[in-house]
Write a protein that binds this ligand. Structure first.
Ligand SMILES: Nc1ncnc2c1ncn2[C@@H]1O[C@H](COP(=O)(O)OP(=O)(O)OP(=O)(O)O)[C@@H](O)[C@H]1O
Length: 231
């Protein structure tokens, strides 16, 4: 259930504003995410969903408003500390184009851990666990160009989860897949997140994708509307 008690939230935002030229991408958006919760962010095209996700993840600085992660204001961190936080605590899945074509699926899944300083063996062992969980361990030696769209997205999810993040940010993770593959990716993503205790912020246009979440919110004209009980 949605709560305005942001003091208990793992990640929260208040009064977020972000303007691009004359466009108000966010116009006073509030948000709260509890630990382990899967929240779908819905809304029409151009309503501000991706901008909200980028501000919550510390990728884009809001023009006004605050983002608190574990009670700490993101804007108070240095760029280096924010990057370190993203590497340690956050995982990311996007619609497409996120796997490095020259690396195998296993190397791709292990990449964030390698970038965070883990040894190859240790990083690849953790990545293999996630590839198994996402049912794509068999294609671990393939390169992304040699696997299907659904398999590639499962590798991307395995990569996002390999470092045991507290929050996974997923922006239209099934947007390039047919409904059968999309549903499978969503089932595996949400099962794995629930098993590891990761919270998920899931941006999607599609009600069938949002149905995998615990709760839905709608972004409209840069503002957030809670949809608890209205699904
Ligand atoms: N980097 C940018 N430069 C200029 N305008 C931007 C930028 N990012 C977003 N916008 C604008 O801000 C508004 C919100 O964009 P955003 O991508 O957050 O919406 P969205 O709800 O995720 O849309 P979609 O569902 O189509 O992906 C749109 O009008 C968009 O054109």
């Amino acid at each position: 259930m949605f709560t305005s008690d942001t003091s208990r939230a793992l990640l929260s935002a208040q009064g977020l504003r972000k303007t691009y030229g004359s466009t108000d991408a966010l116009d006073g958006a509030d948000f709260a995410l509890m630990a382990g919760e899967v929240v779908a962010v819905m809304g029409p095209s151009g309503s501000g969903k991706s901008t909200l996700l980028h501000c919550l993840a510390g990728i884009v600085p809001p023009d006004a408003g605050t983002v608190l992660y574990q009670g700490k204001e993101m804007s108070s961190l240095s760029d280096a500390d924010r990057s370190a936080l993203r590497r340690a605590d956050f995982g990311f899945v996007f619609q497409f184009g996120q796997l490095v074509p020259e690396l195998t699926c296993l190397e791709n899944a292990a990449l964030p851990l390698r970038l965070a300083g883990a040894q190859r063996k240790e990083a690849e062992a953790a990545a293999r666990n996630r590839l198994q969980q996402l049912e794509v361990d068999d294609i671990r030696h393939h390169r992304p160009g040699q696997v299907s769209g659904g398999q590639g997205q499962r590798v991307a999810v395995a990569r996002a989860l390999a470092g045991d993040p507290r929050v996974v940010f997923a922006d239209e993770p099934t947007g390039a897949l047919d409904s059968v593959n999309g549903d499978r990716v969503m089932q595996l993503l949400t099962d794995a997140a629930r098993q590891t205790g990761a919270a998920v912020v899931l941006v999607t246009h599609e009600a069938r994708v949002a149905a995998f979440a615990d709760r839905e919110i709608v972004v409209r004209d840069g503002k957030v509307r809670d949809m608890a009980g209205a699904a």
